[in-house]
Write a protein that binds this ligand. Structure first.
Ligand code: IMP
Ligand code: MG
Length: 185
């Protein structure tokens, strides 16, 4: 595992920039096992539907879901809020809605990271249009400055207000395959 990474010429204006490890692969694994244990015990007797938010959550979702010890189902929703590589546009678009029926079901939204909170609020509103039994939120990361007026029930880590990549999180669609989470220096 390298704790530093320098972006090559494929990263345009970011090439030459240095990234540093923020959360290691081992720390992520350990925290995910804890979150999965919490979720599994909270949903005893239910079969929750895990709804992953594409694209960023696909790795977190697959690792989290494999640690879940109760029955569960999986679906995905896809939204877009980013205008350029590192800034939110302020408008959220629904690119792919859920495909399953969530009526009277316990739903757990699975997000990679909560930054401005705009995306998660949008998804919450979308899911509230359906008559679910419950909607709760799991997120691997949340930035320190983030303010939302509802709880993230299963949160992995609070992180500094920096742009991060790896473990599903991208810079212009790349770097999702890094096993640890890296931050810009
Ligand atoms: P929000 O709507 O501002 O909360 O942003 C949420 C979405 O933006 C996340 O689901 C990520 O896909 C993306 N995002 C936010 N912050 C970062 C970051 O630091 N690195 C990579 N993607 C991010
Ligand atoms: Mg995302």
């Amino acid at each position: 595992m390298t704790d530093k990474l320098i972006l090559d010429q494929n990263f345009g204006k970011y090439s030459g920039q240095e990234l540093q490890i923020l959360i290691s692969e081992e720390e992520i694994k350990k925290r995910i096992r804890e979150l999965a244990a919490q979720i599994s015990s909270a949903y005893q007797g239910s079969i929750p539907i895990f709804i992953g938010v594409l694209n960023g959550s696909f790795i977190f979702m697959s690792d989290l879901f494999r640690e879940i010890s109760i029955n569960g189902e999986v679906d995905f929703i896809k939204i877009s809020s980013y205008m350029d590589e590192t800034k939110s546009s302020g408008t959220v678009l629904l690119l792919k809605d859920i495909s399953c029926d969530i009526t009277n079901r316990d739903v757990i939204v699975v997000e990679d990271i909560i930054d401005s909170g705009l995306s998660i609020k949008f998804i919450k509103r979308r899911l509230e249009e359906s008559n679910t039994r419950s909607v709760r939120f799991a997120a691997l990361l949340m930035k320190e400055y983030t303010k939302i007026d509802f709880p993230i029930d299963f949160l992995g880590f609070k992180i500094p207000n920096k742009f991060v990549v790896g473990y599903g999180l991208d810079l212009a669609q790349k770097l999702r395959n890094l096993k640890s989470i890296y931050a810009f220096k």
